[in-house]
Design a binder for this molecule. Structure first.
Ligand code: DGL
Length: 266
């Protein structure tokens, strides 16, 4: 049986784990929430790289993983090249904001992108955006909005702050693209857990996109697992560098998982 490590700065990557469990029920997943160091979005490249490296090494030594999913846009943007260089023998799947599917869907060509400051300021994001703009048949407008504090509010399950920040950032997006935005990319794996609030504020004419399912399909390809797989899903191992109870509660609330999280020390 394959074992796949999955990590995020905290509970956000559970939105990717949900898609992975649906796509690959026969796989054993070990999920690490680095909640003691969250949020990553306002940390330096060196800090995010160091945490990503420590967690990957721990997953390899302790759980002998066959592949790694970096279920965090910020860690992918800031650290995946370095992880691939230090672990050339480990298949690594990253997550990046779904600009390409958004460009394929948008009729108005005005696309909102909600992500962390770290992701939006990264070279990797600039390259992805420039590449899509250069091949687009008609001009594409990406309206980018850093959402400081939102991942942290989701991490703490603080619904009041989440609602206030969703209002602030949707208003900011609207001010930059009055009236004509029809697609919004959720470019942080925490944000699908605030998608209902976002959708309500954006209204029915705007489609929200995240990357969980695409990442799960890519992981299936990487593991070379084709055809149907009707094995009953195994409960994943859940580990947190912060408070394991918060991770257990989030996994129960959002994924219906009964698993109790353990404490990660690394
Ligand atoms: N969930 C993460 C992402 O996809 C990081 C959020 C954060 O820690 O700032 O970017």
């Amino acid at each position: 049986m394959n074992t796949v490590g999955v990590f995020d700065s905290g509970v956000g990557g559970l939105s990717v784990l949900r898609a992975l469990l649906a796509e690959l029920p026969g796989v054993r997943f070990v999920y690490v929430a680095d909640s003691a160091y969250a949020p990553y979005g306002e940390r330096t490249v060196a800090e995010v790289t160091e945490r990503s490296e420590r967690i990957t090494t721990w997953l390899r030594h302790t759980h002998h993983i066959d592949a790694l999913v970096v279920a965090c846009n910020t860690a992918t943007a800031l650290a995946i090249d370095s992880l691939r260089a230090t672990h050339p023998d480990l298949p690594i799947v990253g997550v990046e904001p779904a600009l390409k599917p958004a460009a394929a869907m948008s009729h108005t060509r005005h696309i909102g992108v909600l992500a962390t400051r770290g992701t939006l300021n990264s070279e990797r994001f600039a390259r992805l955006r420039a590449q899509l703009e250069s091949v687009a048949s008609s001009p594409l407008h990406f309206i980018c909005q850093p959402c400081d504090g939102l991942a942290d509010a989701i991490e703490r399950d603080d619904l009041q702050t989440q609602q206030a920040l969703c209002e602030r950032y949707v208003t900011a997006l609207r001010d930059k693209a009055p009236g004509d935005m029809d697609t919004v990319v959720l470019g942080c794996t925490h944000y699908p857990f605030a998608a209902d609030a976002m959708a309500q504020l954006l209204g029915p004419g705007v489609t929200l996109i995240d990357t969980g399912e695409a990442v799960a399909r890519r992981t299936r390809d990487v593991l070379n697992m084709y055809g149907t797989n009707d094995t009953a899903a195994r409960a994943p191992v859940l580990v947190s560098s912060g408070d394991p109870t918060m991770l257990s509660l989030a996994a129960r609330r959002w994924l219906g998982l009964p698993t109790r999280a353990e404490k990660l020390v690394t």
